[in-house]
Design a protein around this ligand. Structure first.
Ligand code: PMV
Length: 294
């Protein structure tokens, strides 16, 4: 069985979502082809691949991942691989797939939210802990609950840029947690990110690119306070702001990717290419993960 999984972006609310604040994510039209092949080489796998294979009682297999998107870019690769391994071996409802994949990811990482696994399983725009949309399902862990809904709306054009260095979700989430546990200042930021997200959902539903971009800029400024941006991310964001409606880091940060809502797309892409960074000219998609026998 061959699994096709979309990558995902978080448009608003990363990090805040870990504590149950709202977030808006979406699958993007960049798909990975993932499948298992027999292997006796005893190759070393990353911990989350090992955990997924042992959960399914599988050994002597190798997980092939064909994608142009680098891992550690904040575009969902680890969640995609976990969900794909599960789906290639068993039949699932979307909800069960999102749940099981999140449990495996959480056991490996020891932290985080189910936003990535749910987005990949559901497809399209996914709102976490918000008021809009069509209810999907709820996931709970350690006293925090995440209520997901699907926001059916037209797709949003975006340019995604890989900054060239990987970000570790575990490290960045732990960094933000230290601020969060220390007091009110981080909670105020999370509250502001929560209301930016709520406005962002309305802008996405209206298809108002200028407003989406403006709110992304605000969200990025809030995230920067936690020290999770990098010099290269800042350079990309400033080009994104010049030739786009707005730009922000997406995912955990500390490296990884930037998402830009393009305005003068040709100029934007030309400028980015001059910086020698990896550029994906794409848009959101309504598709989630699916499998096919080939
Ligand atoms: O793994 P990433 O880079 O897609 O980050 C996920 C988003 C975080 O909010 C930072 C962590 C989480 O699990 O929600």
């Amino acid at each position: 069985m061959v699994v096709y999984s979309p990558h995902k972006v978080i448009l608003f609310g990363e990090h805040a979502v870990v504590y149950g604040y709202p977030a808006l994510s979406a699958t993007v039209d960049l798909f990975a082809k993932i499948y298992l092949v027999p292997s006796r080489s005893g190759l070393q796998y990353t911990p989350f691949v090992q955990k997924t294979l042992s959960y399914l009682g599988l050994s002597n297999v190798y997980v092939k991942v064909e994608t142009n998107v680098p891992s550690g870019s904040g575009l969902g690769t680890s969640s995609m691989i976990i969900t794909s391994i599960l789906l290639s071996e068993r039949d699932y409802t979307k909800e069960k797939l999102a749940n099981e994949a999140f449990n495996i990811e959480y056991e490996t990482q020891g932290l985080g939210s189910p936003i990535d696994t749910t987005t990949i399983a559901a497809g399209g725009f996914v709102l976490t802990n918000g008021k809009e949309g069509v209810p999907l399902w709820k996931i709970e862990k350690n006293g925090i609950s995440w209520n997901f809904s699907s926001v059916p709306t037209r797709n949003t054009e975006m340019v995604i840029v890989y900054s060239g260095s990987k970000g570790s979700t575990k490290e960045q989430v732990a960094k933000v947690r230290k601020f969060y546990e220390r007091g009110k200042f981080a909670k105020d930021i999370m509250n502001r990110i929560g209301s930016i997200t709520e406005d962002g959902v309305k802008a996405v539903m209206k298809g108002d690119a200028a407003n989406i971009g403006e709110l992304m800029n605000e969200n990025h400024s809030e995230l920067k306070v936690f020290g999770i941006s990098t010099d290269q991310i800042e350079r990309i964001v400033s080009v994104g702001r010049e030739y786009g409606y707005g730009a922000k880091l997406t995912g955990a940060g500390g490296g990884g990717a930037v998402v830009i809502i393009p305005r003068e797309k040709e100029k934007l892409i030309k400028k980015l290419k001059e910086m020698n960074v990896m550029v994906f000219d794409t848009s959101t998609t309504s598709a989630g993960i699916f499998k096919r026998s080939e």
